[in-house]
Each structure stands twice: as C-alpha cells, then as structure tokens.
Write a protein that binds this ligand. Structure first.
Ligand SMILES: Nc1ncnc2c1ncn2[C@@H]1O[C@H](COP(=O)(O)OP(=O)(O)OP(=O)(O)O)[C@@H](O)[C@H]1O
Ligand SMILES: [Mg+2]
Length: 235
C-alpha cells in the first residue's frame, strides 16, 4: 500500500508535465516553428515515464539491488546536467503560471554519477516541484553544481525563496508523510512523500540530501552530495 502511494506520487509529475506541454501546443503558446521540437520533447517525456515505471520497482526495495537488476538493469552513467535540464522541462509551464523559472548555473560541466538516471531525475523533479510549490511568486530557483574543495565531493545546491521550515523540522521533512507546519498552512495539497523518495534514491546512490532554511532571508537550500562522480569530456 505504501509503495502504491509512492508510485502514484512519482508517476503523476511527469504525466502532468506532458499535459502542460501539450496544452501549450494546443492553445498556441508554442510558436509553429517550435512545434516539431516540442512534440519530440513530449515523446521523450513519455519515454521517461515508462522508464520511471520500470525503475520504481527498484524503489520498492532499494536495498535489494541484485533482485531488481533484472528489471532495471545495471547502474549506468547518469549525466547530471542533462537530468537537471530534463527534470526542469516538466515544470516549465507550471513555473510560468507563477512567474517562476528554474536556472542551472553551469549546464556545461558534464558531471557523471553511476546509477539509475530515471531515479536521479526524480530527485530533481521532486525538489523542483517543492520549489515551485513553496516559493514566492516570480522568484527564481537556482541550481548550482560544484566540486567541494575540502572533500572533493560533487555538491548540487538547489536554492529558492519563500515558505520554509523550522530548524528542528529540517530532518523530519525527509520522513515519510511529514509535512512542515508552514507548508501545510500555505499549500493544502501534499502527502509528504517527495523528500522521502528523494532521500531513498540518494541513499541508493551513496549520496546524501540535506536541507536548511533561514527565516531571515526566506532562503531554502537543498544540498545533494555525491562522494563518487567523474567529469566527462563533452559528449
Ligand atoms: N522548497 C521548499 N521550501 C520550503 N519547504 C519545503 C521545500 N521543500 C520541502 N519543504 C518542506 O518539506 C516538507 C516535505 O516535503 P515533501 O516533498 O516530502 O512533501 P510535500 O511537498 O508536503 O507533499 P508531496 O511531495 O507528497 O506532494 C514540505 O511539507 C515542506 O514543509
Ligand atoms: Mg513535495
């Protein structure tokens, strides 16, 4: 039962993204010149959805990689900026409605992590979904990948501004079904699944996800840490 609600949470996002893109094609928001490219994007997004259904089986028992490898295959190179851009595309039309956009500070450096692209894409999607939900209208969500000098780890920061959470909640928000007090007051909809899933997926990639919020600046920061990564030549 729990797996079913996690599954539904994850599959609804990409499908809503596809609807948004199709709506833009129907109502003419997409200029005729870009129609072909947009249709190709929709097709790719539906492929992601199928990919995701396959990969979600992996989430049902993240620790049992051997058992699930028959379904999802072996880990493969995940090109991080590519996954970030794909994830952001799903939220383009939803973001526009709130005057918001998602910006990747460095789309060029090809950070690569071995793992499951469909699942890592979902981590970014869940973070973006939250950013659009809990941030101020007209604000910008900034993603900054960087190699931390001290540790040599790949750190990806997702920064947004708006509604937040207390210091004591910053760990609890990753628990299954926990929703922050302020978030509940601001946005009724939500089941407290997104960050739980993000943490499960990060754990499965030997990664860490943490959050912080400053009520003074209204700044929310999610930090993804990957100890194991490499930088590829441009593909
Ligand atoms: N970008 C953000 N800014 C402020 N608070 C956030 C942000 N992302 C998450 N949170 C806090 O973390 C809580 C848990 O997030 P999570 O994504 O797991 O659940 P949700 O968004 O409430 O519901 P669901 O994802 O199931 O629709 C949120 O309720 C909110 O309190
Ligand atoms: Mg959420």
């Amino acid at each position: 039962m729990q797996f079913l609600s996690l599954f539904v949470h994850q599959i609804i996002n990409p499908l809503n993204g596809v609807i948004g893109t199709i709506d833009n094609l129907i109502d003419g928001t997409t200029p005729p010149k870009k129609r072909g490219a947009k249709l190709a994007e929709v097709r790719a997004q539906l492929e992601h959805a199928i990919d995701l259904i396959r990969n979600l089986a992996y989430l049902s028992s993240v620790t049992d990689v051997e058992k699930n490898s028959a379904i999802v295959g072996r880990p493969q190179p995940c090109v991080i900026p590519e996954l970030i851009i794909q994830a952001a595309q799903y939220y383009q039309s939803a973001g526009l409605k709130r005057g918001m956009r998602i910006e990747l500070s460095d789309p060029k450096t090809q950070y690569v992590v071995d793992g499951y692209p469909a699942l890592l894409r979902q981590v970014f999607m869940n973070l973006f979904e939250n950013s659009l939900k809990y941030s101020d209208e007209g604000s910008v969500v900034t993603i900054t990948p960087n190699v931390q000098q001290k540790t040599g780890h790949l750190i990806i920061e997702v920064e947004s501004f708006g509604v937040g959470f207390t210091f004591s909640e910053r760990e609890r928000i990753f628990e299954l079904r926990y929703r922050g007090q302020e978030a509940r007051n601001a946005v009724a909809a939500g089941a407290g699944l997104g960050l739980y899933i993000a943490r499960q997926v990060m754990n499965a990639h030997n990664g860490i996800v943490e959050a912080e919020y400053s009520s003074k600046t209204r700044r929310t920061l999610f930090r993804l840490r990957f100890p194991n990564f490499r930088i590829a030549e441009r593909l």
